[in-house]
Write a protein that binds this ligand. Structure first.
Ligand code: BGC
Length: 754
């Protein structure tokens, strides 16, 4: 425990002071000391060393800290441990330079929010910003200063497991949510006691891996890069992100993480990024693995030379060989100095020299804050997507429901309710769908019966993702698969309604977890079909981070609610949604294909040849999606009217205002996400049939109306043009559609002149 009160804010230094302080330090540092600042070591606690992946010895980290050979660590979330290691770092540096602690605070630290793809489905930058502000508060309280988030990789191939971590398929939505996340993490000042540096990742194109196979190479045209993959990063940089992480894979034949054009030209020179760049884990040495650099010294020279400042390493960092690279003349000291300066500046901005330690007592209080759990519940409610509700089966009426069978292997699995990329959780307080329904329904009225039906799947990386011992469920012994399935079906047969919770176990998605199929894994569809066959009305509750093959369910199951991996209070949120305490209003941040054979399937394709046959591009299956981008139902019913423009002709550089009235014609208060899509009819390139260019989530009481105004200016009306090699705004006619998803029909048009 330290006596330092980390709540006293240090006065915020001006950028000139930041620079002067970094330069003063730099002028006194030896080459070895400088190089030390460019290395970030994983520091796995005792939980990770038992049966986790191959890890470095704790000795290696402590030795490096004590000798000033590392200036940054990651993966430490215990405040006593961050304080202990911080003391080693300060004492190990002749200049008393504190260490920077990073961590993957992706969707919460202790309070877990819905996974990022779910947060994207809220279509609500406010919810997203509040969620990351809670995450930042908890992280900073334990001594974490930098998060490796937001993940901003556009994902258009759901076989890629990391789709769950990102914003989905659309650059416009992704950009809005990128900026919101940066604001949430960083606030106005990363030196504040409840803020951390945001690190958008992975720069860039990682989501376009061939075949959706994680880490495989990526080939992207300049047009795709500029119009689709780069914009969310640009939005994050414009919102002030202090860090960016490189990507693992080869991009157009060169490792992305050694591409000077990306980090120096685009990020720094064109966008004005002033923060520092970190490699992805072990991606420094990887330059050798890729068959790109001959040895570690060359890898280091080419990484730093590209503008990648800090190497994240499990062991034996390539950047430790920078002195050798300098001697060989592979790079010059000024380039190294520029990287070191950026790291030191980040430490100054964070206020680490003034307040290197955290207050362990306060950390415990912050982590337990009930207000954080409430934010997580609300976020889970706002991110759920109602995909189907035939005959108004939902909401269930808790006053008349006599019995409900809650079924499925994910219905009462705390670990799966949280999803991937959570480490420091306490499972005891995670509310599953079963627990949520039990808490919501009055036992005097409704009997809740439960059967998993199917055995839980085996964990693949138990120690990697579970810091708290006891968070790893054991494989059940004596699980009779057929008998359990029959028991579940008979519970359904004898109940008023069956709520079947299915999806992907959390370890089947995320990094290194691509799939060649989008089927519900295991015997889940068999269970679903058998339950439907009983004739009991069925609600399918989905837990997933990507679209799954729901062709059968979408025709045969009356109600489908996608809650994603909804987090710490996911079950409470699900119960409130199912019983109508709140109306679902989340919207898909991706196009939902019918089958894996259709992928990649996006709404913003070009017209190309034979546009009238766009829906019949295959002879064996429709080429239309199962659910369109932006789709989601609610308990309200919405009508759009009065679509008007403030002018029908604009000059380039001017903007046009688009107004519409949204009316809730239903009998329940609900949110609607009004969406605006744009199409340039012709010009100096073929432009997508539709592109999202505005959205607004609105609360509309039953019978009420809201007027919405969207503004379309040069940002929405221009694009990067391959022939011109730059951003252009064509003189052209534009179509506009406004409505509740990418198939919106209410339309008008205007023209851009001169
Ligand atoms: C992932 C990154 C992550 C890093 C540290 C890597 O394997 O690709 O997204 O931030 O590990 O955990």
């Amino acid at each position: 425990m330290t006596d330092v009160d980390d709540r006293t804010p240090a006065p915020r230094p001006t950028e000139m002071q930041v620079r002067a302080r970094a330069d003063a330090l730099l002028s006194r540092m030896t080459v070895e000391e400088k190089v030390g600042q460019l290395v970030q070591y994983f520091s796995f606690g005792p939980h990770f060393t038992s049966d986790g992946p191959a890890l470095q010895q704790p000795d290696e980290v402590e030795h490096a800290l004590a000798r000033g050979r590392t200036g940054a660590l990651l993966f430490v979330t215990d405040p006593a441990e961050t304080n202990r290691l911080q003391r080693l770092a300060i004492e190990g540096s002749r200049h008393g330079i504190p260490a920077l602690f990073g961590f993957d605070v992706v969707h919460g630290l202790r309070t877990i929010f819905p996974v990022p793809i779910a947060m994207a489905a809220s279509w609500d930058p406010g919810t997203v910003e509040r969620g990351q502000a809670v995450a930042a508060r908890e992280a900073r309280a334990v001594g974490v200063h930098l998060t490796f988030a937001p993940m901003l990789d556009i994902a258009r191939d759901p076989r890629w497991g990391r789709m769950v971590e990102g914003p989905g398929e659309d650059p416009y939505l992704a950009s809005a949510l990128a900026a919101a996340q940066v604001r949430g993490f960083q606030g106005d000042d990363v030196g504040a006691p409840d803020r951390i540096i945001a690190g958008p990742k992975h720069f860039v194109g990682y989501g376009a891996a061939l075949g959706g196979r994680d880490y495989d190479e990526v080939d992207l045209s300049e047009s795709a890069l500029r119009n689709v993959y780069l914009p969310p990063f640009r939005a994050a940089v414009e919102a002030g992100a202090g860090n960016v992480m490189s990507a693992y894979m080869d991009l157009n034949g060169i490792p992305a993480g050694a591409t000077r054009r990306l980090f120096t030209e685009i990020l720094r020179e064109q966008w004005g990024f002033t923060g520092f760049v970190v490699t992805d884990a072990d991606a420094g040495r990887d330059l050798v693995t890729h068959g790109f650099a001959a040895d570690a010294a060359e890898a280091a020279a080419r990484g730093v030379g590209a503008g990648v400042d800090l190497e994240m390493a499990t062991t034996d960092p390539a950047y430790a060989h920078l002195p050798e690279a300098l001697e060989r003349g592979d790079l010059d000291i000024a380039t190294v100095d520029a990287s070191v300066r950026r790291i030191l500046e980040a430490k100054v901005r964070l206020g680490l020299f003034e307040r290197p330690f955290v207050d362990e007592r306060r950390a415990a209080v912050v982590l337990a804050d009930p207000a954080h759990r409430e934010e997580a519940r609300v976020a889970a409610e706002r991110s759920a997507v109602l995909l189907r509700n035939e005959g108004g089966l939902l909401p269930l009426d808790p006053t008349t429901l006599r019995s409900v069978a809650v079924l499925g292997p994910l219905a009462d699995s705390r670990r799966d309710t949280l999803g991937p990329w959570v480490f420091d959780v306490d499972l005891d307080e995670t509310v599953t769908v079963l627990a949520g329904l039990r808490g919501r329904l009055d036992p005097a009225v409704t009997e809740v019966r439960f059967a998993p039906g199917i055995r839980p799947a085996r964990r693949v990386f138990p120690s990697m993702f579970d810091v708290h011992p006891g968070n790893v469920p054991a494989d059940p012994e004596d699980f009779d698969d057929d008998a359990e399935l029959r028991r579940a079906v008979s519970l359904a047969a004898g109940s008023d309604v069956a709520v079947v919770v299915l999806g992907e176990w959390q370890h089947m998605i995320g990094e290194g977890a691509s799939r060649s199929s989008l089927d519900l894994p295991g015997r889940q569809e068999e269970l679903l079909r058998a339950v439907v066959a009983t004739g009991t009305p069925v609600v399918l509750v989905l837990m997933n981070g990507r679209p799954l093959d729901l062709r059968w369910a979408a025709e045969n199951v009356p109600a489908i609610l996608d809650v994603w991996y909804p987090g710490t209070r996911g079950g409470t949120a699900a119960a409130r949604l199912l019983t109508g305490d709140v109306s679902p209003a989340g919207r898909l941040p991706f196009t939902w294909p019918r089958s894996v054979g259709q992928v990649p399937l996006i709404y913003s394709h070009t017209r190309s040849h034979s546009p009238s046959a766009q829906g019949v591009r295959y002879w064996d299956e429709a080429s239309t999606p199962l659910f369109p981008f932006g789709f989601g139902l609610s308990y309200g019913r919405f009508a759009y009217s009065g679509l008007t423009l403030d002018r029908i002709s604009v000059r380039r550089g001017e903007s046009v205002a688009v107004s519409v009235t949204v009316t809730n014609t239903g009998n329940r208060d609900a949110d609607e996400v009004a969406q605006l899509y744009l199409h340039q009819r012709h010009g100096t390139a073929s432009r997508p049939v539709r592109e999202l260019a505005g959205f607004r989530r609105l609360h509309v009481p039953a019978g009420g109306s809201r007027d919405v105004v969207f503004r379309l200016g040069p940002a929405e009306l221009s694009y990067w043009n391959a022939a011109a090699g730059t951003v252009v705004q064509d003189r052209a006619p534009f179509d506009v559609w406004v409505g509740g998803d990418a198939t919106a029909e209410l339309t008008t048009s205007f023209v851009v002149t001169g």
